[in-house]
Design a protein around this ligand. Structure first.
Ligand SMILES: Nc1ncnc2c1ncn2[C@@H]1O[C@H](COP(=O)(O)OP(=O)(O)OP(=O)(O)O)[C@@H](O)[C@H]1O
Ligand SMILES: [Mg+2]
Length: 238
């Protein structure tokens, strides 16, 4: 792990307690540093806090305890505009259910973050086309999400997460709903992104074979980090 660099994301004693009828401590004082360009997988049983952790890292939810730092800045002290900017520019998020807008075609789904950013139409078209070609879906630009396979939907969600060129990509079980071949394709694609664009990538996976393709494997158990290891085998293989 490159210790000379500052972390892009850091969790300091981060807890998340869901209140309500059945309160649940989903994260229990988690400490974590993520450095630029790392390729990390998060593993662990269902309910162990993986999605909760990813949401916290993506600044999508506020923890009930502790602090998260994005580029060294405490997220709890950001105002709504700064938070919106962080989500729009710094972090690309691919949710566990891809969350595509069902009434918009593929092109328009990918275009959405650019419209929010008020990028002009001609530039939007260029960026969307480029990103659709990156995920190899240029021929599906005018398809509706309902007409796509699971793997294709997943790739649309990734293209959408990438249009604003974030430095960090977070993906919650990007292969969860896919057969092993499509899953392997998506993972190879994400790993290439990390290498070619220097993006910091963190994704959740249940699949040990996939986890071993990353440089660092974090295992969650009962809201805590059970283990956090550099994957030597992978690093040795380049
Ligand atoms: N909105 C919520 N309200 C109450 N409890 C919640 C909420 N979201 C998650 N939890 C609880 O927090 C714990 C962690 O959930 P989380 O979704 O982070 O698990 P996970 O590791 O992603 O599981 P999976 O592999 O099934 O996706 C679980 O016990 C879950 O029931
Ligand atoms: Mg989950």
């Amino acid at each position: 792990m490159p210790t000379h660099e500052e972390p892009v994301l850091q969790m300091q004693d981060v807890s998340m307690e869901y209140k309500g009828e059945s309160p649940c401590l989903a994260l229990d004082k988690v400490n974590l540093k993520i450095f630029p360009g790392e390729l990390i997988s998060i593993a662990g049983p269902s309910g162990s806090g993986k999605s909760t952790m990813l949401h916290m890292l993506g600044c999508l939810d506020k923890p009930t305890g502790g602090e998260i730092f994005l580029d060294g800045r405490p997220v709890s002290r950001m105002n709504d505009n700064e938070l919106a900017d962080a989500r729009l520019y710094k972090i690309g998020f691919v949710a566990q259910a891809f969350n595509l807008a069902p009434t918009l075609d593929v092109f328009k789904n990918v275009e959405l973050p650019l419209i929010i950013r008020e990028v002009e139409a001609k530039a939007r078209k260029k960026i969307v086309e480029k990103n659709l070609s990156v995920v190899d879906l240029s021929d599906k630009a005018r398809s509706m999400p309902s007409q796509l396979s699971g793997g294709q939907k997943q790739r649309v969600a990734i293209a959408r997460a990438l249009v604003n060129e974030p430095k960090i990509l977070l993906a919650d079980e990007p292969t969860g709903n896919l057969d092993s071949k499509s899953g392997a394709d998506i993972i190879r694609f994400i790993i290439d992104l990390c290498k070619s664009r220097g993006i910091t990538v963190i994704f959740v996976t249940h699949d040990t074979k996939i986890a071993t393709q990353t440089n660092r494997i974090i295992r969650m158990l009962d809201g805590r980090i059970e283990s956090d290891v550099q994957n030597k085998r992978k690093e040795g293989g380049g």
